[in-house]
Design a protein around this ligand. Structure first.
Ligand code: ADP
Ligand code: MG
Length: 397
């Protein structure tokens, strides 16, 4: 995978349009998590320090082509100013005269944030006119929004074809981590796919069985595989209509020399509540009236032992219903082992997915893996082997 980066371009005196992901969580007017903004800083600071005129654009929430004042990027621009310690200007429109005038007033090294790209319907329809408008604002385009790269929108894809385009430092780091995980990984490679439903992860499983050596299935998804093999799963969450699909996936994996590991024991409870009475049961025998809410201690121990022989780990999905204690036990135990092996230099570990990131944060190890992707849908589509239009537009021949 080759793509152009900031190493390939001189930006001094140039107008550089940076597509960022400023879609941070905001509650009651306060930004909940600054991670996305902090991760953007290396690109912004590097460009500004090299004398570029830095113009940042992004979507924010879902205004659906209309101006929605509560979805303005103005407060986010203020947060960027605070984090960077630089003056950051703001333009009340991302295209047209307002944007052009604001860009024309920039000096080398200045930073400007444009208003929400989704205030115009042409953003999401990838309207060529909208892409032209973005191109008119810049000499160079930099995409630093991997998390928005699975969408072919005017600011993520259309404009990239109209100007010399490059990956920003965050995009570069994300692509490098993904390449280390599945592109050209050190072997053997283990993937953990867990979470609630097989049905949402069919494409993921289909792609991974052709790429990894060991595929661990956990979470409620494992119940579907276990039941498909004839196990009693009691009243566990499972998808009875996917038993044949689960058997087909297992057969396809065997044909491609991908070993599938299912839980050997489970933690079961009669009720789904915090700290209920629980039982450790064999994975083949969840008693009637009980449900499996986590994988058991023998399974966790076996996975940790197996991890000792693994060079690369890809992880999507918590092993249990981690939001409700103590069903975070297996996820926390495995997460600690993954963090330790990574810190010891024995393992490349890449994880992603909305709930997976929450679970790893709750386990306190998110910073100790090789890479934890905050890209959500884009991360999953990449793991499914799909081409991301925003990344394809940056690829050099
Ligand atoms: P991600 O968002 O990381 O892709 P998923 O959305 O696929 O992950 O799965 C996460 C959800 O799976 C969590 O809400 C978790 O509670 C649920 N889950 C995991 N194991 C079980 C289980 N045994 N029973 C019920 N829910 C489970
Ligand atoms: Mg989820």
């Amino acid at each position: 995978m080759t793509f152009r980066t900031l190493d390939d371009v001189k930006v001094a005196g140039q107008r550089v349009l940076v597509r960022a992901d400023l879609n941070v969580p905001v509650h009651d007017g306060k930004i909940g998590d600054l991670t996305r903004l902090e991760r953007l800083m290396p690109t912004i600071i590097e460009l500004a320090d090299q004398g570029a005129k830095v113009i940042i654009c992004s979507h924010f929430d879902r205004p659906k082509g209309k101006i929605v004042p509560s979805m303005s990027l103005r407060p986010i621009a203020a947060a960027i100013a605070e984090i960077s310690g630089r003056h950051v200007g703001f333009a009340e429109d991302c295209i047209g005269e307002v944007a052009k005038d604001a860009v024309a007033a920039l000096q080398n090294g200045d930073i400007l944030v444009l208003e929400n790209t989704r205030f115009h319907a042409g953003e999401e329809t990838n309207d060529p006119h909208m892409a032209q408008e973005f191109a008119a604002l810049c000499d160079i385009y930099v995409n630093d929004a991997f998390s928005a790269a699975h969408r072919a929108h005017a600011s993520t894809e259309g404009v990239a074809h109209l100007r010399p385009s490059y990956a920003g430092r965050l995009m570069q780091a994300e692509l490098a981590a993904l390449d280390a995980a599945l592109g050209s990984p050190a072997r053997p490679v283990m993937a953990i796919v867990a979470g609630s439903k097989v049905s949402t992860k069919l494409d993921l499983l289909g792609n991974l069985i052709g790429k990894v050596d060991v595929l661990v299935i956990g979470g409620a998804m494992a119940n579907t595989f276990l039941a498909a093999n004839g196990a009693d799963v009691g009243k566990s969450l499972q998808e009875a209509d996917l038993h044949q699909t689960a058997r087909d996936i297992s057969a396809a994996a065997a044909a491609r020399h991908c070993e599938i590991l299912l839980p050997v024991d489970l933690i079961a409870s009669a009720v789904f509540a915090a700290h209920p009475p629980t039982e450790i049961v064999a994975a083949t025998n969840v008693p009637a009236g009980m449900m499996a809410l986590d994988v058991g201690p023998a399974t966790t121990a076996a996975l940790i032992e197996r991890l000792g022989k693994i060079k690369t780990l890809v992880w999507n999905g918590p092993l249990g219903a981690f939001e409700t204690k103590p069903f975070d036990t297996a996820t926390n135990g495995l997460a600690a082992a993954v963090a330790a092996a990574t810190q010891a230099g024995q393992l490349v570990s890449v994880a992603g997915g909305g709930d997976t990131v929450s679970a790893l944060r709750a386990a306190g190890v998110a910073g100790q893996l090789t890479y934890v992707s905050s890209a959500g849908g884009a991360f999953l589509e990449w793991m499914e082997g799909k081409t991301l239009p925003g990344v394809a537009a940056l690829q050099s021949a």
